[in-house]
Design a binder for this molecule. Sequence first.
Ligand code: MN
Length: 501
Amino acid sequence: MKTKQFAEKEIWFVTGSQHLYGPETLKKVAANSQEIAGFLNDSEHSPVSIIFKPVLTNPNSIRELFMQANHNDSCIGIITWMHTFSPSKMWIAGLKMINKPILHLHTQYNRDLPWGEIDMDFMNLNQAAHGDREHGYIYSRMRKNRKVVAGYWKEENVQSRLGIWMRAALAWDDLQNCKIARIGDNMREVAVTEGDKVEAQIQFGYSVNTFGIGDLVQYVEAVGQSDINDLLAVYDAQYILSTDIQKDGVKRKKLADAAKIELGMRNFLKAGNFKAFTTTFEDLHGLTQLPGLAVQRLMADGYGFGGEGDWKTSALVRALKTMAAGLKGGTSFMEDYTYHLHPSGAMVLGAHMLEVCESIASEKPRLEMHPLGIGGKDDPARLIFGVQQGPAINLSCIDMGDRFRFILNDVDVIDAPERLPKLPVAHAVWIPKPNLQIASESWIYAGGAHHTVFSQALNSEYIRDFAEIASTELVVIDSKTQVSDLKNELKWNDIYYSFRK
Ligand code: MN
C-alpha cells in the first residue's frame, strides 16, 4: 500500500539489454518489463510508486539515466533487472556515479518453461539466468552495495522483500536532510552517547546541532492559555488520567505546565524544521519539569528522540519510524533497564525514566504525575502502559572511533509474569534471542549501548538493507548466535573496516 507521507517519492525500474537481438525482441523486452514494473507498483508491499524506465541498451543511455536519478529528488532508489544479456562494461560509467540505493532483481518474465515449445527465440528472450550473472559481476567487481532479490516476480515473498528495501531506502532518503536539535549536551561523563557528529553527517546525512535550553524555554514561555486548554482537552480524551490531574484536581495546574512544555517544544521543532531531538535532565533551567509526556507524544508523531543527549539513537529512532510508517506495530526509544534472572526464564524489563513512545502501547495509556528522583524539578507528567507480546528488535548505534557500528538483537516481547502496580513508567518485558545470557554477553562484547530503538513493526531484514545502503557495520544477535563466533566476527570486522577506508 502506498504511504501517503511519501507520495512524491518513487523507485525507478530499469531493464538492461543490448541491440544484438533486433527491434522485435527489444519491443517484447520493453513490454514484459513494463508489465512487471506495473505489477510491482500495484503490490500492497510497495510503499512508494515504481516507475518504469525505457530499456537501456548502450553506455550513454545508462549513464544519462543514472545521472538523472542522482539529480532527481523524488527518486529514492533504482531496481535493475537484465531480462536479456546486457554486457556489463556498458554499465561502468553509470555505476561509477550512481549515489542512490540499488536493488538487483533477479527474476524471469516466464515462471514455467514451456518445454514442448522452447525454440531459440524463447531462449533469446528469457536470458535473466545468465544476463543477471553478468550484471551481478560488475556490481561485485566495483564493490557496489546493493540488495539482490531472486525469485519469480509474482511471488509474495519477492514483493515483500522489495518492499522492505524500499522502506530502508525511504529512511535513507529522509536522513539526507534530517536536522537534529540537541537540546543541551549529553549526560556528563557518559561515553556511549558521545560520538563524532561530523563523521555521522558524512556517513548518514543527518546534521546534529546543539541548542541551549534557553532557546527552547523562549518557545515554551510564548505559549498561550487557550492552546494549553485545547491540549488539556486532548489529554482528557485520549488517556486515563489519575484523579489529581483531572479537571479541578489538585495537580491540574502541573499538567497544564506539561502541556505548555509540549506546545513550546512542538513550535520550537517546527520553526527549526527538525525531525529529531534530544534532551538531558542535567540541563532543564527554565523548565518546570523534565519533558516526559511531551517527548512521548512527539515520538508518536514521528520525531526521533534520544535521552540524555543521545543523538545517535535519536537519529535511529527517526530512521526506523520512517521505515515503519503505515506498518502494524510501533517503534520507540528504549533502554535495557533491569533483569529478571530466574532460572526458569531470564528476561529484560525495558523502560526509560519517562520517554517511551505510545505507538507501542498495548492498551489505552494512563496519564499520571509522579516524583522523579533525577533532575530536581516538579513531578513530571508521563504516559504509563505495557507492550503487546510478539517479536521485536532492539537496535543500537555506537561510535567505534574509526567507524559506526549497528548492533541488533531479535527479541520476543512477553506479558509480564506478574502485575507491576508500583512502576510509574511505560515498560516492555522481553526475552532476547537466543537467550538472555548469550544475547547480553554478545551485546556487551560488541559494545552495544543501553539505549536502543525498539520496534515491533520491523525485523532484521529492514536493518540489513538499511546498513547495506548506509555502508555501515551491522552485528546481528539472533536465534543462531554463538558467543565464540560473534567474537571472531568482531575481530574480522575490525580488519575489514580498517582496510576498507
Ligand atoms: Mn537513558
